[in-house]
Design a protein around this ligand. Structure first.
Ligand code: HEM
Length: 403
């Protein structure tokens, strides 16, 4: 029971559920809803609604993997999430890794993987640990805190900015822009504001790439700016590292503290060393699944789990449902830090498997170890506030007491 919404009624009519409406993820019993989709409509033809075209929604683990791995029949180049799939595509198509296919994707990914290899990230892990220890110790000394704002906000953006060599003075603004692009804590997210934020980030990286090309350092922006990439590819990929690296990591760390507070026995097992931090990290990733869905467009008629989806269809893959599929995970609604095996789909699968998975895991592990060492008990002292999004799931406010 990871959600705040489990006390609400599950939907009666699956055709009436609007998976593109952020409100659905606040107002519905998501556990009951996804169980019904997996059992009754694993490959669901989601009707057009509210001016948005129809799309398909895949909720079972095996079908999700099949779509992620089928690079022949599915493309990312016309968008890889509802926001772009339903509005004519992504303007970064063919330039940004996540929305580029085939040979160019492989070339660019190889270059970017070098900049994110465990070897390069080795010393970053140390920096993450000391940053987290400082924040958690300060937070613990204050006692009452909002974990989302006082601790989690500083961590992923700090790490990714270290890697990109972003000056300290620019980081706060980038964090605000990153939050504005992906999700919102407002009830009616402002589309214009999202587009403006994206453009502002692109402009920022245009200037920074220019500067680093003339005067390269040992940061990722310099590596990309002095490589075979076109100027647009450099700018879009720097942007995507902030977008990909900030919010999802932040939400998994906030979700972890929420889960510890709600599951004192699991917290005790972690504190006592009965479960390893590595195993805890995997369960946190499964439990929180911050990126609820990704998507593809079908290039041809293609069968998914026995249902034929027509060429041109937008197909969304719901990681948040697949990670709770009882066909794969025993008692999926149990938060079990010792769960094994735990082959969740939180980082996706196939050619577009998350480039930052190593970094995402390293950050969570540093956070888990630091909390385990410095905090005795974690209690919620108010209602968490949930994000308003059809893409990201998690909390933007989490008032807690650390002792
Ligand atoms: C791709 C989730 C952290 C950068 C992906 C995908 C998922 C994902 C599901 C696959 C998208 C698709 O198939 O369309 C997450 C989660 C994270 C996380 C849940 C944290 C808990 C990071 C970090 C970075 C990052 C820290 C940056 C350093 C990327 C990039 C891609 C990607 C660049 C595109 C890879 C490609 O298309 O080849 N991520 N991510 N992510 N992620 Fe992450």
């Amino acid at each position: 029971m990871r959600t705040l919404t489990s006390t609400m009624p599950p939907p009666v009519d699956l055709d009436a559920v609007d998976l593109a409406d952020p409100a659905t993820f606040r107002d519905t019993d998501l556990t009951g809803m996804w169980r019904r989709f997996r059992d009754e409509r694993p490959v669901h033809r989601h009707p057009a609604r509210g001016g948005r075209p129809e799309f398909w929604a895949v909720s079972r683990y095996a079908d999700a993997i099949a779509v992620y791995r089928d690079h022949e029949n599915f493309t990312t180049e016309q968008g890889n999430m509802l926001a772009t799939l339903l509005t004519g595509g992504d303007s970064a198509s063919g330039k940004m890794l996540a929305v580029t296919d085939g040979a160019r994707h492989r070339e660019v990914r190889k270059l970017m993987l070098k900049a994110f290899s465990p070897r390069v990230l080795g010393h970053v892990a140390e920096q993450i640990k000391s940053r987290i220890r400082r924040l958690i110790t300060e937070a613990r000394d204050r006692g009452d805190l909002d974990y989302a704002v006082d601790v989690a906000e500083e961590i992923p953006i700090g790490t990714i900015c270290d890697l990109l060599g972003i000056p300290e003075g620019d980081r706060r603004e980038l964090l605000e822009l990153s939050k504005a692009v992906l999700s919102s804590d407002q009830d009616t997210p402002d589309q214009t504001e999202m587009v403006l934020a994206r453009n502002e980030m692109l402009l920022y990286f245009t200037d920074l790439a220019e500067e680093r090309r003339g005067n390269p350092g040992d940061d990722v922006v310099s590596t990309l700016a002095t490589s075979f990439l076109t100027h647009d590819e450099v700018v879009y990929n720097c942007y995507s590292l902030i977008i990909g690296g900030d919010e999802s990591s932040r939400l998994s760390s906030i979700g972890a503290i929420h889960a510890f507070a709600g599951h004192p026995r699991q917290w005790a097992a972690l504190k006592n060393g009965d479960v390893t931090a590595e195993s805890a990290v995997e369960e946190i990733l499964r439990w929180t699944t911050p990126a609820m869905h990704f998507g593809r467009r079908a290039r041809a008629d293609v069968a998914i789990g026995g249902v034929v989806v027509p060429a041109g269809a937008a197909v969304t893959i719901w990681n948040t449902a697949a990670n709770y599929d009882e066909r794969v995970f025993a008692e999926p609604e149990r938060f079990d830090l010792a769960r094994t095996p735990n082959r969740h789909l939180t980082f996706g699968q196939g050619a577009h498997f998350c480039l930052g998975a190593f970094l995402g895991r390293a950050q969570l592990q540093a956070m888990v170890e630091s909390v385990r060492e410095t905090v005795t008990s974690i209690e919620l002292r108010g209602e968490p506030e949930q994000l308003h999004s059809n893409f990201m799931y998690g909390y933007c406010r989490l008032p807690v007491t650390f002792r």
